[in-house]
Design a binder for this molecule. Structure first.
Ligand SMILES: Cc1cc2nc3c(=O)[nH]c(=O)nc-3n(C[C@H](O)[C@H](O)[C@H](O)COP(=O)(O)O)c2cc1C
Length: 414
């Protein structure tokens, strides 16, 4: 399935709109069923089994026949056209990823792992490092929310060696502790909801040193480091990012995986990047913003020029173990809303981190600097809205009180 639409006649546009709406409905139902399976897994074996069987039946009934019909009816003609051949090949690669995922779901004992795989990125993130960063970021948000609600968040990273998928446990207790004070800034909490990745050109106005220093302190507080290279260092990091971006689009399977993160307009899912949150390419070719859709790019306004002097910082850790990735995720999520608090926009350039040789080359020649992500920052327009997963969706990872009820006098929350 794809979110790309290209139409030249009104009747084509109508047909494409209908196809898009159908894709959106299927993607929404699929995401809902996967979320239900992950929630039930490990808690209620019978319910998980029922949901697994329903998910496989849904894929057999709707998704796979739809993909097969597209391949039989739509693709042969498009494949003969030079402009769309690459696109069709990547769509077919996407379909074979889908078939493999559904096949792995057919065995009941593999169901939870396969459902988790459906959200993982085997090509871009084979060792799950980026997934740990995301979970670390969510942990930081939980810590901020807990402090905001007058609780102390006791965090244990990788708390159970027997359960490697349990990446973190957060216990909320009372009263708050003195060390929670540094997370009690109300504006920082408010910035969680306000912050959005901005993939638009920035103005180039330099971010003042005291603000950059505050970002550095935020990363440090979580056990990571934020390096702010000079112009030459940034140019080098951007060159490595551009190399990675080119490699990412050299094979249709990788493009198909990246494209699977994008959700079409109207999709009701707490995950993914809406098409509307993507940005343009840099007309000057200086800034290798990630092209999530692959060639041909999703329709965008004409490419503008991005800022000439890019401001960027490299988030690093001294070690490179799963617990360091979780710390880096917390550091990332401490840095980003801190920037938002000061009106500074951010976007991530993670492409080079997805290729071991390029990631190592980003280490700036420093010993004990394991690069985790490159953060671009500056002043400019806000980014497009993206969905936020509810606390209930996070339930398999952390047991949270119902956020709609006041924590009031309910005692320590597990
Ligand atoms: C580990 C990781 C890597 C990411 N890499 C990129 C990237 O290379 N390019 C990009 O535009 N966004 C990247 N993102 C940002 C996500 O796409 C973004 O956070 C997501 O779309 C949610 O949007 P929001 O930041 O507006 O909440 C990355 C996020 C994480 C956690």
């Amino acid at each position: 399935m794809s979110a790309l639409t290209l139409a030249s006649a009104p009747e084509d546009a109508t047909a494409l709109e209908a196809a898009e709406a159908h894709h959106a409905r299927m993607a929404g139902e699929l995401a809902g069923r996967v979320a239900m399976l992950l929630t039930a897994a490990g808690r209620d074996r019978d319910a998980a089994e029922r949901i697994r069987a329903g998910l496989v039946a849904f894929c057999d009934r709707e998704i796979l026949p739809h993909a097969a019909a597209e391949e039989a009816v739509l693709y042969p003609a498009a494949r003969r056209l030079p402009d769309s051949r690459l696109l069709v090949e990547s769509l077919i690669a996407e379909h074979s990823c889908l078939t493999a995922l559904v096949d792995s779901l057919r065995t009941p004992s593999d169901a939870t792992g396969a459902a988790a795989d459906a959200r993982s990125l085997p090509l871009a993130d084979p060792d799950g490092r980026a997934r740990h960063l995301s979970v670390g970021a969510a942990v930081f948000n939980i810590r901020l929310a807990a402090v905001h609600l007058g609780r102390h968040p006791a965090v244990r990273l990788l708390p159970d060696p027997g359960e490697p998928e349990l990446l973190a446990a957060v216990e909320l207790t009372r009263p708050p502790r003195p060390e929670d004070g540094r997370l009690s800034e109300p504006d920082l909490y408010a910035a969680i909801a306000r912050r959005h990745t901005s993939r638009m050109p920035f103005t180039g106005r330099p971010v003042p040193d005291p603000i950059v220093a505050e970002l550095t302190v935020a990363a440090h507080a979580e056990g990571a480091r934020l390096h702010t290279p000079d112009v030459v260092g940034i140019r080098r990091l951007l060159r490595l990012t551009a190399l990675a971006e080119a490699r990412n689009h050299a094979g249709p399977a990788r493009t198909a995986e990246t494209r699977s993160w994008i959700t079409p307009p109207g999709t009701d899912t707490p995950y993914g990047i809406p098409l509307t949150a993507l940005g343009p390419a840099d007309a000057a070719g200086r800034l290798p913003m990630r092209d999530f859709t692959g060639p041909p790019r999703a329709p965008h306004p004409p490419a503008p020029r991005f800022e000439r002097h890019v401001q960027a910082a490299l988030l690093c850790t001294s070690h490179d173990r799963p617990e360091d990735w979780l710390r880096a995720g917390q550091a990332l999520q401490h840095v980003l809303p801190t920037a938002t608090m000061h009106g500074v926009r951010t976007s991530l350039l993670h492409q080079a981190m997805e290729w071991p040789d390029l990631r190592a080359a980003c280490g700036l020649g420093r010993r004990r600097c394991h690069p985790q992500v490159l953060i671009r920052y500056g002043y400019g327009p806000d980014g497009g809205r993206t969905p936020r997963a509810s606390a209930q969706t996070l339930a398999p990872f952390a047991e949270l009180p119902d956020p709609t009820r006041s924590l009031g006098d309910s005692g320590p929350a597990a």
